[in-house]
Design a protein around this ligand. Structure first.
Ligand code: ZN
Ligand code: ZN
Length: 442
C-alpha cells in the first residue's frame, strides 16, 4: 500500500504488441449474445428490471477519446467513518500546534456524511492512523524515500510502517515543506548540477494538499491522471479539495442514499417476486451508455464474478479496461487497471483460458489479413500480457478459441452480454447489475 509520485503509465505495458489497434477497425459487431442470456435467465431479467436492450450498433460507434475512469480503488477501509488520527511530532518541521491544525483542516475535507470522516484522537483514545515525518530509510520494512525528491509521502500499514497504528502517512522529512498555499517565490528552480547530471527540480510540497491526497489513499482511492481529482499522482497537478470524481469513488466504496443515475451501476438483489432491491453501494459515474461496456465474469478464477468496464474510442491516459473486484456483500474492494489501448469497447469480446487457467480476452478486428488479438489476464499478479505466438487457448464465453494455436479463431467472436446477473461476492446467489435510469427519480 505504498506509492510514489512517479506517474505510472500502464499504456507502456504492452507498447509493442503484435496486433493492430482495434479502434482503427470499422464497426463490425453482430448482436451481442453470451452464455448468461440463456433462456432461463431471460424472463427474470425482463420482469426484474428496466434493462433496455440497447441498439448497440448505434451506441458503440463512438470514436472520440475513450472515457477516463473517475477513480481507482486500492482497498476498502473498515470503519471509514470516524478514523482516529494522531500526529507523531518527531522531526516535524513546523510549530506542532500549527501543523496539527493544518492536518486537521485537510482531513476535514474528507468528512462525507454517512461515508467517511477523520477525527483527532484524544488522550487515551487508540488511534487508527499515525501521521509523521520520516527520513530516507526509515525502519527496516517501510518503503524508502531514497535520494529522489520525487516521492513526497506514502501510506503504509502496520507492521511494515513501524508505527503502532494500523495505518500511517509518512511525509518525506528531507523536503522543504510549506504549510499551505504556495509562497510567492517560485516553487521550482533548477538546481545547478554537475555536467552530465540531470537537474532535479526543487519541490516545496504543501502539507495541507499532500495530506488531502494521502488521506484519499487511506480511504482506499488510487491514482487517476485527471487534474480535477485530488488523486492525480503529480503534486502540483492535483486538486487541493476532493471533487466530484473523488466523491464518486468514496460513494462507490462506502455508499450514498442518492438515486442511481444513468452513468452509475446499481447492484441489486432480486426477490422471489422478481423485484430488484439495492444490495450494495451503487458504483458511481463509471459507465456512461455508449462509452463504456459493462461485462460480468470471473476474470481471475477466484470463484467470484468481476465487473469489467471497457471504454469505447481512442485510447487516452486513464481509459481502457478497468476490472472491479467485490467482497462479501457485493461491496467494491479494489480495482485493477485501467489498461489503456489493449482492447477496444467497440468490438465484441470473447473470454477463454490458456492451459494454466489464466483468462484470455480476445477481439477480432475487421481487417483484411484476418487473425485476432488477445491478452492474458494473469490471475496471480493482476497484470496483462500478450498472448504468445502459437499459444493455444480454449473458449469459455462469447465464442473464439484457438485450440491449435494457428493464430486463427476456431469460432467467430459473438461477444459477452452486458450488465445482467453475476455472483459478485461468490455466495452462490447472483446479483443484478444494471445502469441507473436515464431520468432518475428525485
Ligand atoms: Zn514509510
Ligand atoms: Zn499518491
Amino acid at each position: 500500500m505504498v506509492h510514489s509520485w512517479i506517474r505510472q503509465r500502464w499504456s507502456q505495458l504492452l507498447a509493442n504488441t503484435r496486433w493492430n489497434s482495434p479502434w482503427n477497425s470499422p464497426w463490425n459487431s453482430p448482436s451481442v449474445r453470451g452464455l448468461r442470456s440463456s433462456l432461463l435467465l431471460l424472463p427474470l431479467l425482463l420482469c426484474a428490471c428496466h434493462l433496455v436492450q440497447p441498439s448497440q450498433q448505434e451506441e458503440y460507434r463512438y470514436s472520440g477519446g475513450a472515457f477516463q475512469f473517475r477513480f481507482t480503488i486500492l482497498h476498502r477501509m473498515v470503519g471509514s467513518d470516524g478514523i482516529l488520527w494522531r500526529m507523531d511530532p518527531t522531526n516535524c518541521p513546523f510549530d506542532l500546534h500549527k501543523a496539527e491544525q493544518v492536518i486537521e483542516s485537510a482531513l476535514a475535507r474528507w468528512n462525507v456524511p454517512g461515508a467517511c470522516s477523520f477525527r483527532r484522537a484524544q488522550q487515551g483514545e487508540t488511534a487508527t492512523l499515525t501521521i509523521g515525518w520520516r527520513g530516507k530509510n526509515h525502519g527496516r520494512s517501510c518503503v524508502s524515500f531514497g535520494i529522489s525528491a520525487e516521492m513526497l509521502a506514502h501510506i503504509a500499514a502496520a507492521p511494515e510502517s513501524g508505527d503502532d497504528t494500523p495505518w500511517s502517512i509518512h511525509l518525506n522529512t528531507n523536503l522543504d515543506w510549506t504549510l499551505g498555499k504556495p509562497t510567492s517565490k517560485p516553487t521550482s528552480e533548477p538546481t545547478p548540477a554537475a555536467r552530465g547530471l540531470r537537474a532535479i527540480r526543487r519541490i516545496e510540497p504543501q502539507l495541507e494538499k499532500v495530506i488531502v491526497h494521502e488521506a484519499g489513499h487511506i480511504l482506499g482511492l488510487g491514482h487517476v491522471p485527471l487534474k480535477s481529482s485530488v488523486m492525480h499522482p503529480v503534486h502540483p497537478e492535483a486538486r487541493a479539495t476532493p471533487g466530484d470524481l473523488d466523491l464518486d469513488g468514496i460513494h462507490s466504496l462506502y455508499g450514498s442514499a442518492a438515486a442511481a443515475a444513468s452513468d452509475d451501476l446499481e447492484i441489486c438483489c432480486v426477490d422471489p417476486q422478481g423485484k430488484a432491491h439495492r444490495a450494495a453501494p451503487t458504483i458511481r459515474g463509471v459507465a456512461p451508455a455508449g462509452r463504456v461496456r459493462v461485462h460480468l465474469f470471473d476474470i481471475d478464477d477466484d470463484g467470484k464474478d468481476e465487473m469489467l468496464l471497457l471504454g469505447v474510442g481512442r485510447p487516452t491516459d486513464g481509459s481502457g479496461l478497468l476490472v472491479l473486484d467485490f467482497g462479501s456483500g457485493a461491496v467494491l474492494e479494489r480495482t485493477t487497471g485501467p489498461f489503456p489501448g489493449l482492447l477496444g469497447g467497440n468490438l465484441p469480446l470473447a473470454v477463454g483460458c490458456v492451459s494454466n487457467g489464466d483468462r484470455v480476452l480476445a477481439q477480432q478486428p475487421n481487417r483484411p489479413q484476418g487473425g485476432y488479438h488477445a491478452v492474458v489476464f494473469l490471475g496471480q499478479t493482476r497484470q496483462l500480457r500478450a498472448l504468445s505466438a502459437g499459444e493455444k487457448w480454449f473458449p469459455l464465453v462469447g465464442g473464439g478459441g484457438d485450440e491449435d494455436g494457428d493464430g486463427e479463431l476456431d469460432q467467430e467472436i459473438v461477444g459477452v452480454v452486458e450488465e445482467g446477473l453475476a455472483d459478485l461476492d461468490g455466495d452462490g446467489i447472483d446479483e443484478l447489475v444494471r445502469r441507473g435510469p436515464a431520468d432518475p427519480q428525485p
